[in-house]
Design a protein around this ligand. Sequence first.
Ligand code: TEU
Length: 557
Amino acid sequence: MKVTDTADLWWKTAVVYCLDVETYLDSDGDGTGDLQGLAQRLDHLAALGVTCLWLMPVYPTPDRDDGYDIVDFYGVDSRLGSLGDFVEVVRTAKDRGMRVIADLVVNHTSDQHPWFQSARSSRDSPFRDFYVWRDEPPDEQAEVVFPDQEDSVWEHDESAGQYYLHQFYKHQPDLNITNPRVRDEIAKIMGFWLQLGLSGFRVDAVPFFLATNGVDDADEAFAHPHDYLRDLRAFLGRRSGDGILLGEVNLPHEDQATFFGGTDGDELTMQFDFIAMQRLYLSLARQDAGPVAEALTSRPAIAHDSQWATFVRNHDELTLDKLTDDERQEVFAAFGPDEAMQVFGRGLRRRLPPMLGGDPRRVRMVYSLLFSLPGTPVLFYGEEIGMGENLDVPGRMAVRTPMQWSAGVNGGFSTAPADALPAPVVEGGYGPEFVNVEAQRRDPDSLLSFVSLLVRRYRECPELGWGEFAVLEQPHAQVLAHSVTWEDACLVALHNLADTAVTVPLVLPDVRAGTRLSDLLVDGSHEVREDGSVDVPLEAYGFRWLRVVHPGDRRLV
Ligand code: TEU
C-alpha cells in the first residue's frame, strides 16, 4: 500500500452514523433534544466505533418537514442550541476521532425564508429570481415526491401572482440554481459550515437540486448542471482538503455513475446505494441471495477516491420505488403487510427488527451483511440497539422517535412531560424498558456489543472499503457467498438468508498448502484442501467473516 494511494481518503473506510439532534438527548429538560445533549453522548458513539457523524438539519426552521424546511442557512435553530454549541460538538467529536458532516439542503428553502417572502411580494424583488416562477404550469409536469400531500409541483401564489416550482412539499419552494446569485449563496453556505469545522455534507435530494425543470431559458443559462456539481466539489476541495459530498441520489446505478462524475470521480464523493438496499429487502423476503448479488455485481465502476455508502435503514421511508410492482408487493407482504406500515405507495415506515419479527439471528445476519458489503456503512441512530418504530406517529416520522438511553422515564431521552417530546417514545416490546443503551452496554451478548464488534472488524479489514467484490459460486440460492480482495488481503463472507441450516461448499482460488479460513467473529478456523475446496456449515440465518490466511501470513486474526 502506497501512502499516496490511500492516506487521507478517510471516507473509504468510515463508519457513518446519522442522527437528529432533536431526538437524541435533551440536556435541559424542555422536551427537545439539543446539541449539549449530543455532546454528552459522543462517548457512546466513539465507543461504538463511529468515525463520522451525519447531523440531520439543525438550521432555523418552522419544522414542517423535520428541519428540511430552512429559514436561515447560517444558523442553528434555537430549540437545539447555538452556533457555539455546534462548534463544541464538532470539536469534541474531533477529539474522539470522529468527523462531522451535516445535511446540505439547497434544493429548496422554507416558504418562510426571507428570500421567498421577498420574492413573492413583488416581481421587482431582488430575490424574485431566487425561485422558479411561471404564469401557467407547464403541460408536462414532474411527478410529486409526496403524493399523500401534493398533486402538482406547481403552486399558485396569490401575492406573487404566479406559480412557483416545489418538487417537495408546497411549503418548500425550489431554489433557482440557474441564477448565479443563488449559486453564490450556496457556495457561501458551504464555506461557512466548513469554516466551523465540518468535514463535508450529506447533500439532500441531488437529482432534484440539479434539475432545472421549469426554467424557460435554462438551456442557454445553465446547459450543464453536472458542470455545476463539479464546481461545487472543486470548491469544497479548495476550502477543505478532505471534505466529502455524500449525495442522496435514488436512481438506477447507471445514472448514479454520472453523479460520481464517472470514473473521473470529480462530482459527488459518495452516494448511497439505494439499488442494493432495495434488492437486499427483496432477497430477504424471498430468502434468495440472487437479487442483492445481482445489484452488487452490476454496480458501475467508480473512481479510486469515490465510494458507495451502504445502508439498510435511513430516516425516510424504506423506499422500494426501484422494484417492479410485483417485487414491491412481495416485500410489503413479508415486512409490512398492513397498509398502516406503508407510505406513499412505495415504501415502509418501519425499522428493521420489527420487520424481521424480532428474530435476533436474522437481525444480526442483516447487520453482518451490511458491514461486510463493499463500501462505507451508514447507521441510523437506534439501529445499534435494535430500536423499533412507533406506527402511531404519522408518516415517515414513525422511525424518528426519541433515542432510547435507559429503561427510565421517556427512555432517558428527556425529563420533560411526555407530551413535550418531538415524538412519542416507542411503546410495547421495542420500548425503552426492553431496548435501551444502558442495559446493552453491560451485556456482552447484546445487539450493541455485536454491532460494536462488527464495526471493529470492519475497521480492521480495509479491503471492505477498498477491495474488489466477487460473488463466490456455491449451490445454495439462500446463501450470499462473497469475497472482497485488496492487495494481499482477502475476506470471504457467507450469509444464510433462510431459516434452514446449510453447508456451503466453496472453491477458493490462489490456495497454497496450509491455507486456512480464520473466523473473525467467533472462535474457529477451517482448513482449505489443496484443491482450494472447503465446506463451511451455516446455521439458520447464520453468517461468517472468514479471513483467508496463507502459511506465513502475519496478519492479526
Ligand atoms: O429526501 C429527498 C428525496 O429524494 C426523497 O425521494 C426521499 O428519498 C424520500 O423518498 C422522501 O420520503 C430528502 C430527505 O431525505 C427527506 O427527509 C426530505 O423530506 C426531503 O429531502 C426534502 O428535503
